[in-house]
Design a protein around this ligand. Structure first.
Ligand SMILES: [Zn+2]
Ligand SMILES: [Zn+2]
Length: 80
């Protein structure tokens, strides 16, 4: 059986664990980004940021950049 002290101790551990989960979620959220075109979530270094949207990322490889420009910036795609 747990006495009061044990329960407080467990409560503290859980708080630390929850804080750690919160922290690692933020770290992962900072490192990962979703491709706006195909929806794939990957590390930001595998993605390019659109120079026109600024907050839009797409895959460096494949045709996502072309598809993004063709769908969102058709004029720019024409000029490229
Ligand atoms: Zn993509
Ligand atoms: Zn864009």
């Amino acid at each position: 059986m747990f006495d009061k002290e044990d329960l407080e101790h467990i409560g503290r551990d859980r708080e630390i664990l929850e804080r750690w989960h919160e922290y690692s979620r933020h770290v992962i959220a900072r490192l990962l980004e979703g491709c706006a075109v195909c929806g794939k979530v990957t590390e930001k270094r595998n993605l390019s940021r659109c120079r026109l949207c600024h907050d839009t990322y797409y895959c460096k490889s494949g045709c996502c950049s072309y598809r993004h420009y063709a769908a969102t910036h058709p004029v720019d795609a024409h000029w490229r």
